[in-house]
Design a protein around this ligand. Structure first.
Ligand code: MG
Length: 203
């Protein structure tokens, strides 16, 4: 399986990290070795100075797809979960300044925390999903899928132009404002609506 991620999909987050984007989604990938499941702790690597959390809604792909049209894209994912796109922010800035790819700052081992999934059928409206991230009990990020620059369906359509979608692939759909660094001992809780999806320690 693969993990496809969309960056800068909430205008106010792009602003806070000083990046701009064109209309097309910013896309990068993480390998399956990036997965961090079951609320296992996130161990801070020693090769960069600042690791940020980024809470994101995550689509689970449920059928094979290539060149999917936006109007049919909703048929290609059957569940939504909450993920954290852990990012070595200081290294990202260096790579971006040098015009280099993001992989090492974004796609390292255990950089993609992922919750269990909620079937799409349980959401009254996927274009109005509230989610949040709290750090040590303090609310840091609050987002709603209504605020995405590219909708779930636009993202699925766009990425399927370049990458065949397979059952079990995951798509991280971007983070709202409020990202920030983690430190050893932190507790991260992520929710979709009122439902706790992630509850993990930083070590
Ligand atoms: Mg992200």
């Amino acid at each position: 399986m693969k993990i496809i991620c969309v960056g800068l999909n909430y205008a106010s987050h792009a602003e806070e990290i000083g990046m701009t984007r064109e209309k097309d989604p910013v896309v990068f990938m993480k390998p399956d070795t990036a997965l961090l499941r079951g609320n296992m702790p996130f161990f801070i690597p020693d090769w960069a100075g600042q690791f940020d959390y980024e809470a994101e809604l995550v689509l689970r792909i449920s059928r094979l797809g290539r060149h999917v049209e936006t109007r049919f894209a909703h048929r290609y994912y059957d569940a939504i979960g909450l993920g954290i796109d852990f990012t070595a922010r200081d290294l990202q800035a260096k790579l971006a300044a040098a015009g280099q790819p993001w992989e090492i700052c974004k796609s390292f081992d255990y950089s993609a925390a992922i919750s269990d999934f909620i079937p799409v059928s349980e959401f009254p409206d996927v274009s109005n999903i509230d989610f949040s991230l709290s750090l040590n009990g303090e609310l840091r990020q609050h987002g709603n899928s209504a605020d995405m620059i590219n909708s779930f369906d636009e993202i699925v359509a766009y990425v399927s132009r370049f990458f065949s979608l397979r059952i079990g692939d995951l798509i991280f759909t971007g983070t709202p404002p409020g990202v920030g660094p983690v430190k050893i001992g932190d507790n991260i809780v992520g929710k979709i609506g009122e439902r706790t999806m992630l509850d993990l320690r930083v070590k």
